[in-house]
Design a binder for this molecule. Structure first.
Ligand code: GLP
Length: 274
């Protein structure tokens, strides 16, 4: 895993990364790019910049297939806080992309187990995900894989951790009891099957998750630490999210910042975990 510490807004960094990756890949109708997408506050700026790239014709999603990571169970798709609504609002209603290229788990399916299997099948049919982008929960969750989820898990129904209900209450009039208690999420194994992973952490609230991922051995109690098991994974963090780094990572970041304090980013190469 590589750690990139961004000195600019992580959302903007990520949008530029998506643009460069898509331009290099040059998707066509016969060779579409399969992109895994997240929701959450951290990536709002990424969507804003992607929208303007598309509007200015610097980027096209014409031959892109998208898979979202997760969706609440029991929330109608039209509810403003459903991830279907989030994606429509922040991306899909602004770009010309055929509905059949957009995949989001259906949290209202009558048979949720079957829906999870269908989702895995759709990903496989699309040839697997090329690049999966994700945020990180304060408790280290990735997608809605809460602490304790096995690293080989596939798309499944999950109970949200109390700390996640608390963190997401801000989207539900700050009332924890209004936050849906369950979600469908791609599994950690599903994510690890992607060709590339890019996870983003911003702010001091994510500092514990970043430190556990970077400074400790992979551990199911911190799902983000599964990134260490992937051959092509990047953790992108801003300086606030790095305040709890320790040991080798902290030393390397301090040295890199002293050498080049105004750099846009500092890339920290770490020893492989044993
Ligand atoms: C939700 C999503 C996660 C996301 C997390 C972080 O819990 N299911 O995929 O990583 O939010 O959100 P934020 O960026 O708002 O901190």
């Amino acid at each position: 895993m590589r750690l990139v510490v961004s000195n600019i807004n992580v959302g903007l960094w990520t949008a530029a990364y998506v643009k460069n990756t898509l331009q290099r890949f040059a998707p066509t109708v016969d060779k579409p790019f399969v992109l895994g997408l997240p929701t959450g506050g951290t990536v709002l700026d990424m969507y804003a910049l992607l929208r303007s790239f598309i509007k200015e014709r610097l980027l096209s999603f014409q031959h892109v297939i998208t898979f979202n990571m997760d969706e609440y169970i029991g929330l109608p798709q039209e509810h403003p806080q459903s991830y279907h609504s989030y994606m429509r609002r922040n991306l899909f209603e602004h770009i010309a992309m055929p509905a059949e290229q957009i995949f989001i788990p259906n949290g209202q399916a009558a048979d949720l187990k079957q829906e999870c299997e269908r989702y895995e099948h759709e990903i496989a049919q699309a040839g697997g995900v090329q690049l999966f982008i994700g945020g990180v929960g304060c408790n280290g969750h990735i997608a809605f894989n809460e602490p304790g989820t096995p690293f080989n898990s596939r798309t499944h129904v999950t109970d949200l951790a109390p700390s996640t209900l608390e963190a997401n209450a801000r989207f539900f009039q700050n009332d924890m009891t209004r936050v849906p208690r369950q979600a469908i999420t791609v599994g950690i194994g599903t994510l690890l099957d992607s060709k590339e992973l890019l996870f983003i952490a911003s702010g001091v609230k994510k500092a514990a998750a970043v430190a556990h991922c970077v400074c400790q051995e992979p551990n199911v109690n911190w799902p983000i630490s599964a990134l260490n098991l992937h051959p092509h994974a990047t953790l992108l963090a801003d300086l606030d999210a790095c305040v709890l780094l320790c040991g080798e990572a902290k030393n390397k970041l301090d040295v890199a910042r002293q050498k080049n304090p105004y750099a846009e980013q500092w890339e920290i190469l770490l020893e492989e975990p044993t």
